[in-house]
Write a protein that binds this ligand. Structure first.
Ligand code: ATP
Ligand code: MG
Length: 275
């Protein structure tokens, strides 16, 4: 990575002020759980991509999801975000919000943010402007795209820039960023919408070792304030950040536990880790 491009001495822990904000009220997490998937099945032309998948995510936790190609990890995210509708089963956001009743846009608006593998930043705009645009396209922020930022909005962008380690390149066109920096910017753009849940599909694919390490720090920092669900094949990365790991295989949960537990699970070794 271009070392000079990241010249902000702050670590990813820079978002303390943002941490004080209350996010997307109205999600009932009184039972500690923020996402409930129950008996979800999805078929594509008779092939079961998800097969009675049941999975809960606790409010504020950092969950890693691993499993072989085709296990259904991305399809699971598609179901949570409303991109794919399950043939059967239910998905709840907190105790009360049935995601089957919401459109994709409503689910995003309710507080579930998703990062796809390919970064989609506005290349001709500066890093700062990308965050500004992301904030202003949030329908909860009543501001036109041309309105001047107020100081609170300015502070929020500055906090996010520090958090995603791009404060030193705030004025640079996003198109000039490294692949890893673009990924962080996209995470920052999601954060401007203040999601309760962040779904990250293979966030470190294509990153340098240093970028991968910083992304791990970022995931750990985001957990707590957000619930973070990370799908990854990079096992060193997962081992470095994981509390609880869920292993998917053939559309359902094969194993769940600490990294050490799933690494020593004979079935997990057979279908995934041992290959
Ligand atoms: N839109 C679709 N139409 C047909 N089949 C699909 C579709 N989306 C996914 N599949 C199939 O469903 C299965 C699960 O795919 P999915 O992308 O969820 O796997 P994954 O666990 O994310 O794998 P990877 O680690 O390779 O990203 C695969 O066999 C895939 O080919
Ligand atoms: Mg996938």
């Amino acid at each position: 990575m271009n070392a000079a491009a990241i010249n902000d001495p702050d670590s990813f822990g820079g978002g303390a002020a943002a941490g004080a904000r209350v996010l997307a009220p109205g999600i009932d997490v009184s039972h500690k759980t923020i996402l409930y998937l129950e008996d979800i099945s999805v078929s594509f032309d008779g092939f079961k991509a998800l097969n009675k998948l049941s999975l809960d995510i606790d409010n504020g936790e950092l969950r890693c999801i691993i499993g072989p190609n085709g296990a259904g990890k991305t399809t699971m995210m598609d179901v949570i975000t409303g991109k794919t509708r399950p043939d059967s089963g239910s998905v709840f956001f907190g105790q009360t919000i049935d995601l089957a009743k919401l459109t994709e846009a409503e689910i995003a608006h309710a507080g579930i943010g998703r990062k796809f593998q390919k970064p989609t930043v506005f290349e001709q705009h500066s890093v700062f402007e990308n965050l500004e645009l992301a904030m202003k396209t949030d329908k909860r922020v009543r501001a036109s795209l041309t309105a001047r930022l107020d100081s609170a909005q300015h502070d929020r962008i500055a906090d996010t820039l520090r958090l995603i380690h791009l404060a030193g390149v705030a004025g640079r066109d996003a198109g000039l960023l490294s692949h890893g920096q673009k990924q962080w910017l996209e995470i920052g753009m999601l954060l401007m919408q203040e999601p309760r849940v962040l779904l990250l599909d293979e966030p470190v694919a294509g990153m340098t070792d240093e970028e991968t390490e910083r992304t791990g720090e970022l995931c750990r920092t985001l957990a707590g304030k957000h619930s973070v669900v990370v799908v990854e094949h990079d096992m060193d990365f997962v081992a470095g950040i994981a509390n609880k790991v869920t292993v998917l295989h053939e559309g359902s949960v094969l194993a769940e536990g600490s990294m050490g537990e799933v690494q020593n699970d004979a079935r997990v070794i057979e279908v995934y880790l041992g290959r």
